[in-house]
Design a protein around this ligand. Structure first.
Ligand SMILES: [Zn+2]
Length: 69
């Protein structure tokens, strides 16, 4: 089954997914906005549980709060 990884940082040879994979070896990856839209079963478990995902979720929550206020 295909798995989508969450983009984290870097570019080119140093590019990494949130679960620590080197992107050169990772076929499918997406930025946070795209990653969120994927069905849970298609998301990489490690990426979904990563600090990066946690941070992005918190950032989203803050944005929501700003929009409500
Ligand atoms: Zn991953």
């Amino acid at each position: 089954m295909r798995k989508v990884h969450l983009d984290k940082s870097g570019s080119g040879f140093s590019f990494k997914s949130a679960c620590g994979r080197n992107m050169l070896r990772t076929v499918i990856s997406a930025n946070w906005a795209e990653f969120k839209k994927e069905k849970t079963e298609h998301q990489c478990d490690k990426c979904a549980a990563s600090k990066q995902a946690e941070f992005n979720t918190r950032t989203d929550a803050k944005k929501l709060l700003v929009n409500v206020a």
